[in-house]
Structures are given as structure tokens and as C-alpha cells.
Design a protein around this ligand. Structure first.
Ligand code: ADP
Ligand code: MG
Length: 556
């Protein structure tokens, strides 16, 4: 009832609420910051993991920013905007999601202070924008070039990205596998650019053994059995057909009723089915295929015919495997056997491993260069977290090879950029200057949180880092293993420049998106924490003149 008293908006529904100007900004900033706080404690190698339990009871244990946010089941439009930032970051750079979201939260906190000092939001937005553009320039001028064949440095990049993601104990092996995988699929194009196509890297996980047993295999593995025991299983040069339609009798329409009056008719019907299956198998044989991998089912009778023809077949092969086999063997995926021809076939060598119940498939075409990164973990949770960590690391190394620039991590880059931004701020006039300075302070959140999460004094750390950078030590960062300030580049804490640039700009774009909103009109309940209108007469300022209307509702 008392809710309705503050509801003078006749144009809106009964449950609708409206929040304007500073209240709207505060509301949104609070929601966005809550999201940022939630992921902050997972930043860096000493960051903590989160256990996420879905409404279905599925448990995920992770340290991965974007995974945390996606699984959090957040139901708040502003918070969702922040999550989108994380997703964009993940898509564009494959890493740096926690960084982007944490900085966005810190920018909003700084913005709140500026707004309180009566600085107009547009000045803040402009200042943040200028600062982030400049920050990107600075990152570029600080970055070190890396050659695509500098294996040692690339391994450091992989290790830095993997630490904290369940890969520690085996990081030497795993980073080597990552670098090998990326190098296996790197080609130089006509312009001399290095192009990495991660479609040619297949990530598979297997539980039951330790991560130290992980390996990189040429080609693909297909964890399937032949559909019939009499089929051949090994080929040195097979013609491979990939099918994504079932090799079964085509179902009659659901509505069609079959009325059978005599045994003859049943026989006729079965003959028809048999003929149909025979025809499908004949179509396969006519293409010249030795091997069929089918994404859907294969009828028992068809299995029998295929075995008789000496064709190897596997059914219900994972869609992702079919996609990968296509890249690997040069086959086309056939959706209708009727139109399949020899042109659709790929070429591969196939080896059966009966113990592991899988096939090794290697492309035999010269162009084929697919590899499978087989990750092993003791349990599913371990393997899953390992997979997330290594997916990030793969992206990061691929990006690094393509982009060719790296940075010193452990907060070194953030402190250096902040220092340069403070100089830049002097050249900025008006209120924007304050926003540029606030941006510089905000990105230093990264070394602060890295220290905090490692149980190291964050204020001392920042003071020491700043003075090291004042003294010209551009690579001074915090190595959380050991806790000392040192040249993190030398120590092997190396990050890709591209992901950092992306994180810096997506953080400020997200903050600005939130700051631009000055009016929230909601059809439902705005779950504002710490609402102010408690007692009667607490109508929000500016709407007081119409507050009387609420009385009508109250009188009922
Ligand atoms: P994100 O999702 O942003 O990638 P991470 O949890 O992966 O977050 O942490 C990345 C941060 O951890 C980077 O700033 C990186 O420099 C830092 N980092 C990685 N290894 C170390 C280390 N040994 N010491 C200090 N910082 C490190
Ligand atoms: Mg990371």
C-alpha cells in the first residue's frame, strides 16, 4: 500500500516504477559495482575460486571471470550490461574478463565521487573516453614486440594466462602443448601476416588420469566404436564421408495411419524399408567412401549392409567432431545422401585404439594441419576448469602470434599507463581533467587487487610500484609468487597487449554506458537496496507536486 503512495505516474502501470537523474545513476552504479565486486576476488594467480550452483543443482568451480558472471543468474539490467562487457572481452580477446569488469566497477566508483562533486555526467563520460583512448596509445608505445617463433616468450604468455586456473602443477607441459598447438595451425598469408586458425585445434578432455598425461596429437580423435564388429577399422588412405542426416528409414508423417489387412502387406512394407536402407547404403558406396562418420543414427540393417560392403561406419559422432573432421580432411558435410558425390569426400588415415575405444584420424591432404589437444584431469570438475584455463591460453597465444605485442604483467602495465595518463591529464582542460585523473587511479586497482588477493599489503605495494615507475622502471610489477616488486617481464609474467587494450576500452565503455542513463522506467519492481522513501511524505523530490494522487489509492 505504501508503495502505491509514491506512484503518481498515471501513464505507467500499477507496478511500474520510475527513478530519475542522480537516483537513477546511483541505483545503476550500485548494481554494476556489485557485479564487479563479485569477480574481483578471483583476479590473478592467487585469486580465489567460486563455486557456482545452478538452479538445477549443477556445480561449477571456477576462477574464470566470464564463467562466474554467466552462471550467476543475474536479473538486473545494469548488471547485465556489465556482463555483456565480459562476454565481449571474452570473444574479442579470450582473456582479461576479470580485469575489464573490475576496472569498470572502479571507474563507476570514481564517477560516483565526481558526480557528488557536482561534475556533470557528460564531462565524466568525455574524460573517461579521452583517458581510455590515450591509455591504448600508451599501451602500444610500452609494448614489446614478439616474433611468432619466439617459443620461449610465447610459453610465458601461455603460463601467465593459465596460472590460477588449475594448471599450475603442470604449467610447463601445458604451456608447451599450447604453443605447439598454435604453431601447428599458424600459416603465413600472402601479405606476410601470421594467421592462426583455432578451428584447426580441437580441445578434448578425458577424466581419470592426471593433467600431466595431457598430450598433443596430430589430427582428431573420435571416441566412437564401429557400428558393426565386422567392419574394417584401420586405413592408411581412406576416403571419408561426413553425414549429418540419419541413415535410417525416413519416418512417415506422424498423421499417416498404416492399416494392414494381410501378412502380405506387412511383408511389402518391410521390403520397402529394406529397399530404402539398401539404397542409402548404395548411395554411400557410390561416392567411393571407405568410411562414414554420421552425426545421427544408423539403422541396424544399414549397419549390416555397410559392413558387407567393407565400409567403416560410426554413428552419433559429436557435431563438434564432425565440424573438426571437415576442416581436417577437406570433406564436405552431407545433409542428403541422395545428392552426395565423390566431391564430398575427404582423405584421412585412420587408426583404431581398442583399449581407449577411439579412432585417431589424421588428414592426409597437404593442406590439412589440424591437431587435437587432449587434456586429462582426475575428475570432471578438474578437467572442466583446466579446459577453461587452456581455452583462454590458446586464444591468448593465438592473439599474441597474430598481434605480435606483449606487456609486463603483475600490474606493471597498469601502473605505467596510469603514470603517463597523469602527465596527459595536465594537457586536458576543464572538468574532464578530473575524470582522466580518476581513470588513472582506477586502473591501478589491478595491482592493488593482485596484492590483496595474495594477502600482501596493497597500499605499500602501490606506493612501491609508483616510485619504481617514477624512477623509470617500466616493467616493475608485483610477482605474487614471492611477493616482491620486480621486473615482471624478466620474471616471465607476460601478457598480450591486444587483450589489455581491449580490457581498458571495454571497461570505460561499460562505465560510460551506465553513466549515460538518467532515467529508469521499469514495468516491474526495482529492487533498490537502501531505498529512501520509508515514511509518509517521502515522495522523491521533483514529483512531490503530484504526490497527492497517491492518497486516492490509500483511501481505498
Ligand atoms: P583476467 O580474467 O582479467 O584474465 P586473471 O585471473 O587471469 O584475470 O588474472 C590476470 C592478472 O593476473 C593479470 O593482470 C596478470 O598480469 C596477473 N598475473 C598473472 N601471473 C602473475 C604473477 N605471477 N604475479 C602477479 N600477477 C600475475
Ligand atoms: Mg586471465
Amino acid at each position: 500500500m505504501s508503495q502505491q503512495m509514491g506512484q503518481p505516474m498515471v501513464i505507467l502501470g500499477d507496478d511500474a516504477q520510475r527513478v530519475k537523474d542522480r537516483d537513477a545513476q546511483s541505483h545503476n552504479i550500485a548494481a554494476a559495482r556489485a557485479v564487479a565486486e563479485a569477480v574481483r576476488s578471483s583476479l590473478g594467480p592467487k585469486g580465489m575460486d567460486k563455486m557456482l550452483v545452478s538452479s538445477m543443482g549443477d556445480v561449477t568451480v571456477t576462477n574464470d571471470g566470464v564463467t562466474i558472471l554467466q552462471e550467476m543468474d543475474i536479473d538486473n539490467p545494469t548488471a547485465e550490461m556489465i556482463i555483456e562487457v565480459a562476454e565481449t572481452q571474452e570473444d574479442e580477446a579470450g582473456d582479461g574478463t576479470t580485469t575489464a569488469v573490475a576496472i569498470a566497477g572502479e571507474l563507476l566508483k570514481a564517477a560516483e565521487d565526481l558526480l557528488e562533486r557536482d561534475i556533470h555526467p557528460t564531462a565524466v563520460i568525455r574524460g573517461f573516453h579521452m583517458a581510455s583512448e590515450q591509455a591504448r596509445n600508451e599501451v602500444d608505445s610500452i609494448a614489446t614486440e614478439v616474433e611468432p617463433d619466439d617459443e620461449q616468450l610465447l610459453r610465458k604468455v601461455a603460463e601467465t594466462s593459465m596460472t590460477g586456473k588449475g594448471a599450475e602443477l603442470n604449467k610447463e607441459l601445458l604451456s608447451q602443448l599450447i604453443v605447439d598447438a598454435v604453431r601447428a595451425v599458424t600459416v603465413e598469408n600472402d601479405e606476410g601476416e601470421h594467421v592462426v586458425d583455432l578451428d584447426y585445434v580441437n580441445l578434448e578432455t578425458q577424466t581419470g588420469s592426471s593433467a600431466s598425461e595431457s598430450e598433443l596429437l596430430e589430427g582428431a580423435i573420435v571416441s566412437k566404436d564401429p557400428v558393426h564388429p565386422d567392419m574394417p577399422t584401420d586405413f592408411s588412405d581412406a576416403s571419408l564421408l561426413l553425414v549429418d542426416e540419419p541413415i535410417e528409414v525416413e519416418e512417415a508423417d506422424v498423421d499417416t495411419q498404416l492399416s494392414v489387412d494381410s501378412p502380405d502387406q506387412i511383408q511389402q512394407f518391410l521390403d520397402q524399408e529394406e529397399a530404402q536402407l539398401k539404397e542409402k547404403v548404395q548411395q554411400i558406396v557410390d561416392t567411393g567412401a571407405d568410411v562414414v562418420f554420421c552425426q545421427k543414427g544408423i539403422d541396424d540393417l544399414a549397419q549390416h549392409y555397410l559392413a558387407k560392403e567393407g565400409v567403416l561406419a560410426a554413428r552419433r559422432v559429436k557435431k563438434s567432431d564432425i565440424g573438426f573432421l571437415k576442416e581436417l580432411t577437406g570433406a564436405r558435410i552431407v545433409s542428403s545422401l541422395g545428392s552426395a558425390t565423390g566431391e564430398d569426400l575427404g582423405t584421412a588415415s585412420i587408426t583404431r585404439d581398442d583399449d581407449e575405444e577411439l579412432f585417431y584420424v589424421e588428414g592426409t591432404d597437404e593442406q590439412a594441419h589440424g591437431v587435437t589437444l587432449l587434456l586429462r584431469g582426475s575428475t570432471e570438475h578438474v578437467a572442466d576448469e583446466l579446459e577453461r584455463g587452456l581455452t583462454d591460453a590458446l586464444d591468448v597465444v593465438a592473439q599474441t602470434v597474430a598481434d605480435g605485442r606483449v606487456l609486463a604483467g603483475g600490474g606493471a602495465i597498469e601502473v605505467e599507463v596510469a603514470r603517463r595518463l597523469r602527465d596527459f591529464a595536465d594537457s586536458v582542460s576543464g572538468r574532464e581533467q578530473l575524470a582522466v585523473e580518476a581513470y588513472a587511479d582506477s586502473i591501478e586497482l589491478i595491482p592493488r587487487v593482485l596484492a590483496e588477493n595474495a594477502g600482501i599489503d596493497s597500499i605499500d605495494t602501490l606506493v612501491d610500484l609508483r616510485s619504481a615507475h617514477e624512477n623509470g622502471d617500466e616493467h616493475a610489477g608485483l610477482n605474487v609468487f614471492g611477493g616482491s616488486i620486480e621486473d615482471t617481464f624478466e620474471a616471465g609474467v607476460v601478457e598480450p597487449a591486444h587483450a589489455k587494450e581491449q580490457a581498458l576500452s571495454s571497461a570505460s565503455e561499460a562505465a560510460n554506458l551506465v553513466l549515460k542513463i538518467d532515467d529508469i522506467i521499469s514495468a516491474g519492481d526495482l529492487s533498490t537496496e537502501g531505498e529512501e522513501d520509508g515514511g509518509p511524505g517521502g515522495a522523491p523530490g521533483g514529483m512531490g507536486g503530484m504526490g497527492g494522487m497517491g492518497g486516492m489509492g490509500g483511501a481505498m
